[in-house]
Design a protein around this ligand. Structure first.
Ligand code: SAM
Length: 268
């Protein structure tokens, strides 16, 4: 492991969980360690608080670059008119909408947080070209409420970082994909270029929580965002988890100097 990788994972438990002295598990919640059984509730509360301002904050924080990353993912996926996408941790559904706009047949957004999907439905009522082909399902990535071998593509954008049991979520990705189906995950990572690294660090800790405070009236949620990025495994470690779940031909692509990473694979 490089020094850089070990810095990105101060607690490099392969599954993001660590045993406590009393034998129970903890999970990372930003820089805090919380009982693993509590993390989903903490994450749910974060996204409930920011749901109504989520899309606006995404554009402001990233200067719109998240749209380019999602377009790159959709380019790789190349939606086909006979295919169904499951977008897990799909939030307000912009990726799913993009999938339909590019010619996919059906897109299912699955998210643990009803408030995020309510905000998404409201937006999609005016922006989605084919709202009837966009479905919304409330569910946990660790127990996807869909049958085995039921979708052609599984995507998760900026969601896996928030999941408590990531191997369970990846096992579910494998389960719901049809043989020949594709897995695509976008997640934040840390820049690999030294100068970008320093600027990104300053921007993350000084500007993003401030934007959260001013725009979403919630500094803590955006502090969680920047901290959780630093606790997430390095791209090569995450790719190892994807392979462990049974996905094949796993590839990693750094985007924007490593600020985000696209990890792809296939269920063969
Ligand atoms: N995919 C959207 C995007 O790219 O804008 C939303 C990403 S947002 C940063 C993370 C989303 O993950 C939230 O909507 C949150 O409710 C959802 N989430 C967190 N934990 C989850 C879980 N265990 N299962 C399903 N969704 C989850």
């Amino acid at each position: 492991m490089t020094q850089r990788q070990s810095e990105q994972t101060p607690n490099p438990g392969r599954h993001g969980e660590r045993p406590r002295p009393d034998g129970s598990d903890t999970a990372d919640f930003g820089f805090e360690d919380v009982p693993a059984s509590d993390k989903a509730a903490h994450v749910r509360a974060v996204f409930e608080r920011v749901a109504d301002r989520y899309d606006l904050m995404n554009d402001l924080m990233s200067g719109g670059i998240h749209r380019i990353w999602k377009a790159i993912l959709l380019d790789r996926l190349n939606p086909r008119p006979s295919e169904t996408l499951l977008d897990v941790a799909g939030g307000t559904g912009d990726l799913a909408e993009g999938y339909l706009r590019r010619g996919g047949r059906t897109a299912i957004v699955c998210d643990i947080n009803a408030a995020m999907m309510t905000a998404g439905r409201r937006r999609a009522a005016t922006t989605a070209r084919r709202p009837d082909d966009l479905r919304w399902v409330c569910g946990n990535a660790e127990h996807v409420p869909l049958p085995t071998c039921s979708v052609h593509a599984y995507t998760i954008a900026f969601g896996i970082r928030n999941v408590t049991d990531r191997p369970a979520a990846l096992a579910e990705a494998y389960r719901v994909l049809k043989p020949g189906g594709r897995f695509l995950c976008l997640e934040f990572s840390l820049p690999t270029l030294p100068l970008l690294d320093a600027a990104y660090e300053a921007y993350s800790f000084r500007v993003i929580p401030l934007l959260g405070e001013v725009i979403a009236k919630d500094r803590d949620s955006y502090q969680y965002l920047v901290e959780s990025i630093r606790r997430f495994p390095a791209p090569s470690q995450f790719a190892g988890l994807v392979e462990d779940a049974g996905l094949a031909r796993v590839k990693v692509q750094a985007l924007s100097g490593g600020i985000a990473t696209l990890t792809t694979g296939w269920r063969l």
